[in-house]
Write a protein that binds this ligand. Structure first.
Ligand SMILES: Cc1cc2nc3c(=O)[nH]c(=O)nc-3n(C[C@H](O)[C@H](O)[C@H](O)COP(=O)(O)OP(=O)(O)OC[C@H]3O[C@@H](n4cnc5c(N)ncnc54)[C@H](O)[C@@H]3O)c2cc1C
Length: 674
């Protein structure tokens, strides 16, 4: 009888049965078979050629395998009598014998048995993680390897277990990935009801010195350097009237408030005048990726994994599918969501809970109508409520909303009341869907021949919409560390280190928002600030940043949250006016005031032009989707960016005319959201 262990399948109730069985023929067995044939053929060669050609002279100095030291010595690596007579010829016949054995074995067994390349990668799970894994692996591998050397991709998805169905805000990596994958932006916008996202607007997370709520945008743009010094330093020293820091350095806040799009009508696909990302419908996105990937040859199996078999080394050897039965595995990617069917439930990799760092462990979600379908805000909103925060993600055709909260501070019913009150008329009569969240990560995402990607590998609450970005990185890193079938441990170790560093990066940045919050109106906010642990690196930086602003070298690993993004949050929250880093202004380097205000004058002038010429968001989306009577999509020449894209060096700003801020300000009062 095999050793059978039954495990609880988590929320979906799936049961994983682990069966320890010997390595089947085809793996080690196949290698042994190949080896015996080679040795058999080699023996024939020896018998035939050995007498006449492979006889060695006595005391030749060569020690053959298993040679007794006297008499005839034979072997494949040695010198024969022909060589002894004529050293220039070399051991021709034995080598020919070996070569023909090799060729014969190669023809008989097929070339894949002669190299050790992965022949198949199986992805389990058909949510965003599963399909992004298929898309990116297919994209990278098809560029880097010939079809015959490439592992086949196969995705197994349960028809009975739904995807998490949220995850609709992204970061600027997404447009790059969509473009790189050869998907047209028009198809993408049409199929996923996507819209543009210029950043995240944080509302009511902090109060200013007068107790008034602070709303600020963390834009997909960076501050500029003025004469080699950070704009943030000048801003901290001199301010900029009633403009906050991000309004001073980028037009994103103004564009979003006026429901403007991210680029001009008619600009080519993926053109980035301003740094942007997308909002998308998660379910439709997975459907689009299914279409694209299956067309490109990814095998799609709609079936449920009911049991998992491990071999004697503890590698996953087979999946038992409900309908199709046994499915053999070389390398498996676990994308089964929070249940972590393979990585946790089967391989038992421990989960590192982040409950000590982050307070929120539950969410509830509702989709609502646009209050005004012509006004689509081009940012994600994150609004602080009593025991957490709400998201508002405006798509083309609807708005995704949700409340992320702490079960230690609110029951589901209390949270639902608070959430529905926030939604007002839009939430009337609706019942939110509750989503328990497993916050943290597995100790190692790659264990034996299984890599966990997406929620199966871990999740940090969605405050900065980072999960899809992390999936994207994880898949690319896996492609860069693609193993052969014997999986070199160093590949696994380095991959795990990179993934864990990415978790640290995101954890630090999310903790920052809570630690530097200053609300006192609910015990939740006080606990979030004082009772939670801080990761060591962030603790050290927060100590330092009381004395100077973040510098690029303070943040060593930054796929997304570099020091300038930290500056934006510190200045956005106005922490230097509300008790953090008291006296920092006096310790700043001496700066020339006119330099800063000339720069600000130029930026304002630029902003006036930008706001005049940028189309409204809805019109831009309709143009891209091909719904305008006179489409401009794809016709205009590229316009040079005036605002730095994330990671790019900023262009100098050109003064065009004096700003008229009354003009800009008129009609810019906050949107009527619900
Ligand atoms: C409240 C909330 C808000 C979020 N917001 C954002 C956001 O704004 N931005 C962002 O980037 N990310 C966000 N995320 C994260 C994002 O939703 C996920 O990272 C993303 O959807 C990937 O999920 P997944 O594919 O790993 O899991 P899932 O969507 O849960 O998919 C799991 C898949 O596994 C399959 N499966 C499970 N068991 C079996 C089995 N036995 N056999 C076969 N198949 C099986 C299921 O059928 C399903 O297809 C959010 C997450 C939450 C919880």
């Amino acid at each position: 009888m095999p050793d059978v262990a039954e495990l609880d399948g988590g929320p979906g109730g799936a049961v994983a049965v682990i069966v320890m069985r010997p390595e089947p023929a085809g793996g080690v067995g196949g290698v042994l078979l190949c080896q015996s044939i080679l040795w058999g053929l080699a023996a024939v060669c020896r018998l035939w050629g050995g007498e006449r050609l492979c006889q060695l002279p006595r005391n030749s100095g060569w020690t053959p395998t298993g040679a007794s030291g006297s008499g005839r010595r034979t072997g494949f690596r040695g010198t024969g009598s022909a060589f002894a007579k004529n050293p220039g010829i070399g051991p021709t016949w034995p080598w020919l014998g070996t070569g023909s054995c090799y060729m014969l074995a190669k023809i008989t067994l097929g070339r894949n048995h002669m190299n050790n390349h992965l022949r198949k990668i199986t992805i389990v799970g058909g949510g965003t993680a599963g399909w992004m894994t298929a898309l990116i692996l297919d994209m990278v591998l098809s560029r880097t390897s010939a079809p015959k050397d490439r592992p086949r991709l196969c995705l197994i998805e349960s028809p009975n277990i739904a995807t998490v169905g949220v995850g609709e805000a992204t970061v600027p990596r997404m447009p790059r990935t969509i473009r790189e994958a050869g998907i047209s932006e028009r198809d993408f916008f049409r199929e996923t009801n996507a819209s543009f996202k210029l950043g995240v607007k944080f509302c009511n997370w902090n109060r200013d010195p007068r107790g008034k709520r602070i709303d600020y945008v963390n834009p997909f743009a960076h501050g500029q350097m003025l004469y080699g010094l950070e704009a943030a330093e000048y801003f901290l020293r001199f301010g900029n009237g009633d403009r906050d820091f991000t309004q001073s350095i980028a037009p994103h806040d103004d564009l979003a408030r006026l429901c403007k799009g991210a680029r001009q009508l008619g600009q080519p696909e993926f053109e980035q005048r301003f740094g942007y990302a997308y909002h998308l419908d998660a379910v439709k996105f997975a459907a689009m990726l299914t279409r694209v990937c299956t067309k490109r040859g990814v095998q799609h199996i709609r079936d449920e994994v009911k049991a998992i078999e491990l071999d004697e080394q503890g590698n996953v050897s087979h999946l038992m599918l409900e309908r199709a039965g046994r499915h053999d595995i070389e390398m498996v990617i676990d994308c089964t969501g929070f249940r972590g069917l393979i990585i946790n439930q089967t391989l038992g990799e421990p989960f590192r809970d982040y409950a000590d760092y982050l307070p929120n462990d539950r969410a509830m979600a509702l989709q609502i109508e646009h209050p005004d379908p012509d006004k689509i805000e081009s940012v994600t909103r994150s609004t602080a409520l009593g025991a957490g925060w709400t998201w508002r993600v405006p798509l083309y055709n609807r708005v995704g909303t949700g409340y992320v909260f702490s079960s230690a501070h609110r029951t589901d019913d209390q949270a639902a009341d608070e959430y529905l009150e926030w939604l007002g008329a839009s939430g009337k009569g609706k019942t939110p869907r509750v989503i328990p969240m497993r916050i943290g990560r597995v100790r190692n995402a790659w264990v034996r021949n299984c890599v966990a990607i997406g929620l199966a590998g871990g999740f940090i609450e969605p405050l900065e919409s980072t999960a899809i970005h992390m999936i994207d990185h994880a898949v690319r890193w896996f492609a860069e560390h693609l193993p052969t079938r014997d999986i070199a441990p160093s590949l696994r170790t380095r991959y795990n280190r990179l993934v864990n560093k990415l978790y640290d990066e995101v954890l630090d940045f999310i903790c920052l928002h809570y630690r530097l919050g200053n609300r006192t109106d609910d015990p939740y906010w006080i606990d979030a600030r004082t009772a939670m642990k801080l990761p060591d690196g962030l603790a050290e930086n927060l100590e330092l940043w009381q004395h100077r602003l973040p510098m690029w070298y303070d943040v060593e690993f930054a796929t997304l949250f570099n020091a300038r993004v930290y500056q934006t949050v510190l200045l956005g929250k106005q922490v230097y006016d509300t008790g953090y880093g008291v006296g920092i202004r006096d310790r700043l380097r001496p700066l020339k005031k006119p330099v800063w205000f000339q720069g600000m004058k130029a930026a304002k002038a630029d902003l006036v032009q930008i706001l005049k010429t940028m189309p409204d968001h809805k019109t831009l989306l309709r143009d891209i989707r091909g719904e305008l009577d006179q489409p401009a999509f794809g016709r205009a020449a590229a316009i040079k960016p005036t605002v730095a894209l994330p990671g790019a060096l900023p262009e100098p700003v050109v003064i065009q005319n004096m700003p008229n801020f009354a003009e800009i300000r008129s009609g810019t009062k906050d949107l009527q959201l619900f």
